[in-house]
Design a protein around this ligand. Structure first.
Ligand code: MIG
Length: 816
């Protein structure tokens, strides 16, 4: 970038910060001297001079606190919650006690410990004990000013604690000592350390070293700020509004915190299986002939790819729901790409060009679909198409209108999914978003100012898009840049305009991990970086680790060099092919992880301390540069051009993916090039990892005839191989291998629920790869044939093939 442009950008973003960021007051009026208005096992309501406190269990392991001051405008909570589904409120499993003047809510945690949340009536403060230990306490009553609510939390429990989550943020991953702002912002030149960015996920996850984990979730879409003390033990949350719901997620482990978060804000939407494939994008592939070339490039070079993105260049002068001159043949283009096994995803921005005669504009004006000023006049701001109006996604009727536009567009063109961009919302002026006083109509007679709902705008654009597609396809595919608490119900996300630098490569893993811990399981950065052109070494390293990201897409800005896997010479092309083929081998495993995310809210990519929060795993040098893919794989990618690094393996036994050599966990290792190749990857003991035996060039929508299952049994290996699922239907194999006296008992069952497409047949042939020398098989279920042979990569492992029907399967593997 030229230095003049850079300077302008810097001035612009400083002005934007000045106009949009707020300094919260240090103190306000205390919500103390309360009177009990209502007290029952489900909820206690306290009132004081300045407002009211509502406290009670939300559901299993989740406690809710509502604060509402008497100041300020109309309450949104009376009308809607955009993040939390009140239908999920089932205060089961809680007991209620009153003692003196105080109330106590009691919950038994899964580890047998008792959690007690005590509400001090007079002070209006809460304290949470786990067993005898005080875990969390409010140091002061909640406070209010005419514009703000303030909550101060203190963690009195001894021991070191780290603070994770908090949505989209650059390293360091641990937010202790930091200020984190929630205000969706299009910072198109973001640096490491900058915040706020595009998304607001006010979820703080506390993890003690060798101790419990718990979470705090703050529900309010206005401007908010978290301030953490250097030791992570004091936290202040300030929100520029006069109402707030916050929630305590009791844990006491990280996987349970994630389950509680999903029960509170919703389960991630199942995505179509092809969303797990490699995706290719640039701003912009145009005209359509260029898109055909790119598609052919993948197939001719034997590099697997599932999705090609069309950025704003496909539109007629950037008008949503139109096709420009270069894409007059778009229906033919999309038909052709489909025939080659590609899916096509097109971008949509919220801004609708002001142009009478343009259908989206005309119908929008007629329906009163746009955000207005106080006088009811549609607000105009410049974005790519020129002056635009902005759909009021807060209004359910407008979401319906937008959903109709999306559905019609997709139906006519054959497009497979929608990419929502610029939905912070972003505008081309100094403020770079809508004015604080703009009005949103949240119900027939109620409007709210933009500044109170700003962070929900992108979420509701993705919801409108998702719901529109849902009328057309059972498994919508939406990816969004801006989102808010609960966004996982509608869309996958990416981390916006990163840069083609080593620093940004290193930010990728921590960003995905914290987004995952904030409830967003399918995310990833632009591989290779958006701003600028990566060096061949940088792209090679990036595609190697990127091949294992939950969301795997290369994308770049306009005006940069080519950024396809083959753009960096034959060596990098070969590396990219190998990396992407590894991903395609892993698709059955990734699909099972997506299922787990959709059912229980577990992130696809997890920090190495996820189920072992030890001193060894809770060191930033390791947890920011390594990751678990689901429960069973650990990657320790090379983060710079050097071919060797040190990594830490959590306790237990591990095997190198490539050499299958055994490693003992709970230790640091040097990865040696020859043994680990350029992507150090490890399998955990007791793993069950399903694979495609041969990587396909795109993900088929049926199962393949063969499936490979890696079983690294120590005493009991368990897993679920998910072949097919959507919202209602499931076809899966539970796999179990248990070591007995002189043999290993192996079982593969079959689960079928709901209407699995009739053409969907489970694989005929199963290949097991087991971490033992196996001499013979004793099979107690019927099969046509079986064979066994030492694994060519490592003779201590055995390959076993069972031919049709491969399930249900039961047998003994006899080692020797
Ligand atoms: O003002 O559509 O983050 O991925 O290529 C820039 C053009 C708008 C920002 C997105 C980026 C996309 C670009 N967009």
């Amino acid at each position: 970038m030229r230095s003049k442009d850079r300077l302008l950008l810097q001035i612009g973003s400083a002005t934007q910060k000045w106009l949009n960021t707020r300094i919260p007051p240090r103190k306000g009026l205390r919500f103390d001297r309360n009177r009990v208005e209502h007290a029952a096992p489900g909820v206690a309501v306290l009132v004081n001079r300045h407002g009211r406190i509502t406290a009670g269990p939300f559901n299993r392991g989740v406690f809710r606190v509502g604060l509402k001051s008497v100041y300020g405008e109309e309450a949104w909570s009376q009308h809607r919650s955009w993040a939390v589904d009140p239908a999920q409120q089932k205060p089961e499993g809680w007991e209620f006690r009153t003692e003196d003047d105080d109330f106590e809510f009691i919950y038994w945690l899964t580890d047998g410990c008792q959690a007690r949340i005590r509400l001090d009536v007079t002070e209006g403060t809460l304290s949470t004990r786990i067993g005898p230990e005080l875990l969390l306490a409010e140091v002061l009553p909640p406070q209010t000013t005419r514009r703000w609510l303030l909550v101060n939390q203190h963690l009195p429990r001894a021991g070191a604690v780290r603070v994770f989550g908090l949505g989209e943020n650059t390293p360091p991953m641990d937010k202790a000592g930091q200020k984190v702002v929630m205000w969706n912002t299009d910072d198109s030149d973001y640096r490491i350390g900058d915040n706020p960015l595009y998304k607001s996920l006010p979820v703080a996850v506390f993890q003690y070293v060798n101790g419990p984990a718990f979470g705090l979730v703050f529900e309010n879409p206005a401007y908010a700020q978290f301030d953490f003390s250097a030791d992570g033990k004091k936290m202040r949350y300030s929100v520029r509004d006069t109402e707030l719901n916050y929630f305590i997620l009791l844990g006491p482990t990280l996987p349970e915190v994630m389950g509680q978060l999903a029960s509170l804000t919703g389960k991630p939407a199942p995505l179509p299986k092809w969303a797990l494939g490699y995706q290719q994008s640039r701003w912009s592939y145009a005209p359509s002939g260029r898109v055909r070339e790119i598609a052919a490039g993948f197939r001719n070079r034997d590099i697997p790819c599932d999705v090609i993105y069309l950025d704003i260049g496909y539109m007629d002068r950037y008008k949503c729901f139109t096709w420009g001159e270069g894409f007059a043949d778009h229906r033919d283009l999309i038909r052709k790409l489909h025939s080659q096994g590609f899916k096509v995803v097109t971008i949509l921005d919220p801004g609708i060009k002001i142009e009478p005669g343009y259908h989206a504009y005309d119908t929008g004006v007629r329906r009163g679909a746009f955000v207005t000023d106080k006088k009811g006049k549609n607000i105009s701001r410049v974005v790519w198409p020129g002056p635009c109006h902005f759909p009021d996604f807060l209004n359910p009727a407008v979401r319906e209108w937008w959903g109709d536009l999306v559905r019609a567009f997709v139906e006519l063109s054959g497009v497979d999914g929608i990419w929502c961009d610029m939905n912070e919302p972003s505008t081309f002026d100094l403020r770079r978003t809508l004015p604080p006083g703009a009005r949103h109509k949240v119900a027939e007679t109620v409007t709210l100012s933009h500044e109170r709902v700003h962070n929900a705008y992108g979420l509701l654009m993705s919801k409108a898009t998702h719901d529109g597609l849902l009328r057309f396809t059972p498994l919508p595919y939406v990816i969004t840049r801006a989102t808010y608490l609960g966004g996982q119900k509608y869309a996958a996300t990416w981390t916006g305009d990163n840069a083609s630098t080593w620093e940004h490569l290193r930010a990728g893993i921590p960003m995905i991990l914290n987004l995952g811990l904030s409830g967003q399981p399918v995310t990833g950065p632009d591989i290779g970086g958006f701003r600028g052109t990566p060096s061949p070494e940088l792209y090679a390293r990036w595609i190697l680790q990127g091949a294992l990201y939950p969301y795997c897409r290369t994308h770049t800005c306009q005006g940069t060099g080519d950024q396809e896997p083959w753009s960096f010479g034959p060596d990098v092309e070969a590396t990219a092919r190998r990396a992407i083929k590894l991903r395609y081998r892993l698709v059955p495993y990734l699909y099972s992880l997506m299922f787990e995310a959709a059912r229980t809210g577990q992130p696809v990519m997890r920090p190495i301390f996820y189920d072992a929060p030890s001193e060894g795993t809770l060191r930033p040098d390791y947890y920011e540069t390594e990751f678990l893919l689901g429960p069973y794989l650990l990657a320790a990618p090379l983060m710079d051009p050097a071919p060797i690094r040190t990594c830490h393996l959590p306790p237990g036994k591990w095997y190198s993916w490539w050499s299958r050599r055994e490693r003992t966990g709970g230790r640091d290792y040097e990865t040696t090039f020859a043994e680990d190749t350029d992507l150090p990857l490890f399998i955990r003991e007791n793993a069950v990892v399903p694979l495609y035996p041969e990587p396909p060039s795109f993900i088929p929508d049926h199962s393949l005839s063969d499936l490979e299952i890696v079983i690294a049994v120590e005493d009991r290996a368990q897993g679920l191989v998910v072949e097919y699922f959507d919202r209602e239907a499931l076809l899966a194999f539970p796999v179990q291998a248990v070591t007995g006296k002189g043999h290993i008992e192996v079982e593969v069952g079959l689960i079928r629920e709901g209407a699995v497409p009739p053409a969907y047949r489970p694989p005929e042939t199963l290949h097991f790869l087991m971490n033992r020398r196996i001499r013979r098989l004793e099979l107690s279920s019927f099969h046509e044939a079986h064979s066994l042979a030492p694994d060519p990569a490592n003779g201590a492992w055995t390959r076993i093939t069972i031919t049709g029907p491969a399930y249900p399967f039961r047998g003994r593997f006899v080692p020797g």
